[in-house]
Ligand binder design. Structure first.
Ligand SMILES: [Zn+2]
Length: 388
């Protein structure tokens, strides 16, 4: 089918606001570099808006078509269906438990409305019973020696796998290959691509009756044999035995960040990209606490989850995080688009314009809404006035 270009001109007032100049990444069909305004005075600027959603096998094609038409009216250009929720797959996977091949069904329906489809997959978390049973050694181990498989932190689905394990790397590559082979799929969206939070976002700590004023051992990963041996080979020290204060050791922090970055850049991205899929990720503003140096990842775009309420912050913080993220990427010579992830629970319809304003002013090229279930008619109306 012929893909329409997703071009949106902002209002003159906003376009005149100073925005960071970002290079467009390798373009996908329908995206032309010549169309990209560089944010100069009075220039038009392209935006693209996204929404995360949970696929439902019981929803009919007709109902999905109606939903996508509503989203398109609201200026949504791309959907992110959650096709692996750390337990079950929603495409015809040959190595994971499958609920139903919903992804394959959604692609033509979304394309008929000129909406892109990006397969949203949890990555490091895995609660697949067969994997837990067969590969207990794949899971992260904390500084107390407890496996995330047996004693996950915070919530029972926090079973993160270790990026050092070749078996884990191959398991995830297999998923990328399956997704990359799906006809018409526009992109692959990586989530939970990190270690467990060593320190939770401020507003979440009271929910777990926690005051995390330092990195406690039960939340600090990964101290499995392979990670320890890898660090020792590189630095001559066993992080568990030889470091007096492991959280204070910058080399050990960096080592773990590099494990995730290597997995993303070398194992996962190339598979999707070779098949022409856009590669994106949902990432954290408090990246140090999850060892997630996403500014170094060679993605097409990042979607930081700027859920201000989780951090006890106002909406202005969202824009600050956009510009800081863009600056961090620029510092390491990586150039990719950033879309501001908004938590609709913290952004009611009457605040949505302010959230969009601060995001675009901070250099975001659009917003990504979390999630479809929280999208009210009020939100749709605001989006429609602005982008539709
Ligand atoms: Zn490990």
């Amino acid at each position: 089918m012929k893909r329409r270009e997703f071009l949106r001109a902002l209002s003159a007032g906003l376009a005149a606001a100073p925005v960071a100049a970002v290079m467009h990444p390798p373009v996908h069909e329908g995206w032309g570099p010549a169309d990209v305004g560089m944010g100069g005075e009075g220039e038009k600027r392209v935006t693209k808006n996204w929404i995360w959603l949970g696929p439902d096998p019981d929803v009919s094609d007709d109902e999905y078509s109606r939903r996508f038409e509503r989203l398109k009216r609201a200026g949504i250009d791309a959907i992110l269906p959650e096709i692996f929720n750390n337990r079950q797959a929603f495409w015809g996977s040959e190595h994971l438990p499958v609920v139903a091949p919903v992804l394959e069904r959604l692609i033509p329906l979304a394309h008929a409305t000129d909406i892109e489809v990006h397969a949203w997959s949890h990555i490091m978390t895995c609660n697949v019973p067969d994997v837990m049973e067969t590969h207990p050694e794949w899971y992260d181990v904390n500084r107390k020696g407890e496996s995330a498989r047996d004693k996950p932190a915070y919530v029972d689905y926090y079973r993160f796998m270790c990026p050092s394990r070749p078996g884990v790397q191959q398991f995830l590559q297999q998923r990328m290959r399956e997704l990359a082979a799906i006809d018409g799929l526009d992109g692959i969206h990586l989530d939970y691509i990190r270690f467990p939070d060593v320190i939770l976002a401020e507003a979440l700590q009271p929910k777990y009756d926690l005051v995390q004023d330092s990195e406690f051992p039960e939340y600090d990963y990964c101290y499995c044999d392979v990670c320890r041996a890898g660090f020792k080979a590189a630095h001559g020290l066993d992080p568990l035995v030889d470091l007096k204060d492991p959280p204070a050791n910058e080399a050990w922090f960096q080592y773990r960040c590099d494990l995730i970055s290597r997995l993303v850049n070398e194992d996962l991205i190339p598979i999707g990209r070779a098949a022409g899929k856009q590669m994106t990720a949902a990432v954290f503003p408090n990246w140090r606490h999850v060892r997630q140096e996403w500014h170094k990842w060679e993605l097409d775009a990042v979607l930081p989850m700027l859920y201000n309420g989780f951090y006890n912050e106002e909406l202005a913080w969202v824009g600050e995080q956009c510009s800081q993220g863009i600056a961090r990427m620029k510092d390491v010579g990586v150039s990719k688009d950033l879309y501001s992830g908004l938590f609709l629970g913290d952004v009611p319809a009457q605040k949505l314009n302010e959230a969009i304003d601060t995001s675009l002013k901070g250099g975001a090229r659009g917003v990504s809404l979390f999630a479809f279930g929280g999208l009210t008619d009020g939100h749709v109306e605001v989006m429609q006035q602005r982008f539709g």
